[in-house]
Design a protein around this ligand. Structure first.
Ligand code: F6R
Length: 606
């Protein structure tokens, strides 16, 4: 995920900015750069590679100036090139910005700016904001007003830091759906994506909320509301973290941090441009047959896709595990295959792509790593921009892929006249609401989930069950449990239970049921029947239900409380709770959570 950093100091700032870039390296990136105000103008240096490599070419530490911005880029729009690296100048070089996030309406604004004669040097969405600033400044001649006016025209997610020659003692920064914090010290102030950037300089920090912007000099800062420009009073918080804890954002493991990153990464995917979604959606229309393909967790993502296409687009799109694809599918040029991969390097998925490409099928992919092999091997690729997953097991990348898939399925539904634009938009809005709900839920429910994991830490055999879309959610959750706890967890369709597996059930067998909301009446009652079947054999049952559903609770040995929400969001809510359940189960067992045995982050062998 991109990292931004900005420093205003009474002393030369280049070395400190360079250090902050090194401190942000752990977020994952492919290029970096710095811009400093120096001698009446802004000087900019940037390139591709890691911080040390770029520094050996660009000599960041030799730059001069007391005010600067810097960036580590994790590419989303535009390839990994020096031009696409940040910072980005406006056409007249009077404004320079760094940005983390996605401007979803950048293409429309870019076209209107080009019509007014603005030059673009990169393919990024970010550069649009720099030129929009220039444009707005030409109208109002005030940097702060131009900053706010430009922001009001852009949609999407952002954390931004900006410098302008017209107000050279001030750094401007703003946040919406991407992280931003301030660091406060004597004669030097910091803005960054996270406090890791400045933790060796100061532990005094100010947290910035969405739609708040900052004006900061070396000895003062002000936080204001983007809606009314009024000053917001802020508390300075003193944090006690060491550097390693700071890298994990204060969490005890990366897995937990990445689970907590999800509200943000989900929002990020909701800002992916309509055009990118459209390109892939059209392939489902153009080709008579499509497939969804992934392996491991991404196979379960693909399976979820099968249910989404069926529901929203009235289209059967089979999902196939990439390792089986080349031998199973008689692939041909009338087909389209949508692949999923976090790393973009998975051998089995690459072999499936090769089989599809050789047969002349259309290919597309959703991938987290720009420049990865898979992203280059398919015809079209959406980069999910979820930032690196440092924990070996996949959490935030998988959930974000599901949300992208959801948007593709909705669009295919519209193109097939199964949904109206309005219906698709109201479903999409639910995904936005879901990101807020997850945020609230993981903060409020974690303690309860941890207690339940403790109460079940003796369990060595689990059945994870669900029906409909809850079935792939059960499979994915069982995989998570196995990966981090090494405890046996078998995922199966709840309707399948009575066809054999019920023989295993006695008082020592624990079953976790992914119970739908009551609003999903048919699935709810069908799943409840399976719960009754297990209870009748004295099996232990845990399930998901709402706080007030005492009728269901009476049947259960334990339960996870799910918030009241739209029934269609319940599978995703339960998936996130199950991630936390696996995490806390592994924590109780004292295991190496971020590096489970026998697992690699990128499986590049067959
Ligand atoms: C599970 C997990 C693996 C990967 C699988 C595919 O937590 O991480 O099952 O999902 O190896 O990897 P990618 O998504 O990189 O293709």
């Amino acid at each position: 995920m991109c990292g931004i950093s900005a420093i205003a100091s009474h002393k030369p700032v280049a070395k400190l900015l360079l250090k902050s870039l090194q401190n942000l390296e752990y977020r994952g990136y492919d290029s970096c750069g710095m811009a400093l105000f120096d001698d009446q103008e802004i000087k900019l240096r940037k390139n591709i590679g890691n911080v040390n490599e770029v520094n050996s070419i660009e000599r960041f530490e030799e730059m001069t100036g007391h005010l600067g911005i810097a960036h580590t880029r994790w590419a989303t729009h535009g390839g990994v090139t020096p031009e696409n690296s940040h910072p980005h100048f406006s056409s007249d070089n009077n404004f320079v910005i760094v940005h983390n996030g996605i401007f979803s309406n950048y293409q429309v604004i870019k076209a209107s700016l080009q019509a007014k004669g603005h030059q673009f040097r990169s393919q990024t969405d970010t550069e649009v904001f720099a030129n929009l600033l220039q444009e707005e400044y030409s109208i109002c001649q005030d940097v702060e007003t131009a900053f706010c006016n430009a922001l009001n025209k852009l949609e999407g997610s952002y954390a931004i830091a900006m410098l302008s020659v017209f107000q050279p003692d001030t750094i401007f920064a703003v946040k919406k759906d991407s992280p931003l914090v301030l660091g406060i010290n004597d004669g030097v102030n910091f803005v960054s994506s996270d406090m890791n950037a400045f933790i060796s300089e100061t532990r005094d920090t100010v947290l910035i909320n969405d739609y708040e912007y900052v004006t900061m000099t070396n000895d003062a800062f002000q936080v204001k509301s983007l809606s009314d420009n009024l000053t917001i009073s802020k508390q300075i918080i003193h944090v006690q973290w060491d550097r390693e804890t700071a890298q994990r954002g204060g969490f005890s493991h990366y897995m937990l941090k990445e689970i907590f990153d999800q509200p943000q990464t989900v929002r990020q995917t909701l800002h992916i441009s309509a055009q990118e979604i459209e390109t892939i959606a059209k392939k489902f229309i153009d080709k008579p047959q499509s497939f969804c393909v992934g392996v491991g967790t991404t196979y379960y993502v693909a399976m979820i896709g099968t249910y989404l296409f069926s529901k929203y687009a009235d289209l059967y799109v089979p999902s196939i595990s990439a390792d089986e694809f080349p031998t199973l599918i008689p692939v041909n040029a009338d087909q389209h295959v949508l692949f999923f991969s976090q790393s973009g390097e998975t051998y089995d998925t690459r072999m499936a792509i090769r089989a599809a490409t050789q047969a002349g099928a259309a290919t597309s992919a959703v991938v987290n790593v720009v420049g990865s092999s898979i992203s280059q091997e398919v015809d079209d690729c959406i980069f999910q921009g979820s930032g690196p997953e440092i924990c070996v097991v996949s959490t935030k990348a998988a959930l974000s892929q599901i949300v992208i898939l959801w948007q593709i399925a909705l669009r295919v539904g519209v193109l097939r006249n199964h949904l109206t634009e309005e219906q698709a938009e109201s479903h999409r809005k639910r995904l936005f609401d879901f990101s807020g709900l997850v945020e609230k839920m993981i903060n409020e429910e974690s303690g309860f989930i941890r207690d339940l994991a403790k109460n079940t830490s003796h369990v060595r055999n689990w059945l994870f069950m669900g029906r409909g879309i809850f079935y792939p959610i059960a499979l994915e959750s069982a995989l998570k449990m196995k990966e981090v706890t090494y405890v046996h967890a078998e995922g199966l369709p709840a309707g399948f239970l009575k066809h054999g597996t019920l023989a295993m059930v006695d008082e020592n067998m624990y079953s976790l049921f992914f119970l739908p909301s009551r609003g999903d009446s048919e699935l709810f009652h069908a799943t409840l029947m399976a719960i009754e079947e297990v209870k009748a054999r004295n099996g232990k049952v845990i399930a998901f239900c709402t706080q007030d559903d005492t009728e269901v609770q009476r049947l259960l040995d334990h339960y996870f409380v799910i918030p009241e929400t739209e029934p269609e969001m319940t599978p995703l809510v339960e998936m996130v709770i199950a991630q936390l359940f696996s995490y806390y189960s592994a924590l109780n067992l004292g295991l190496n959570i971020d590096k489970p045995r026998n697992l690699a982050k990128s499986v590049t062998v067959g």
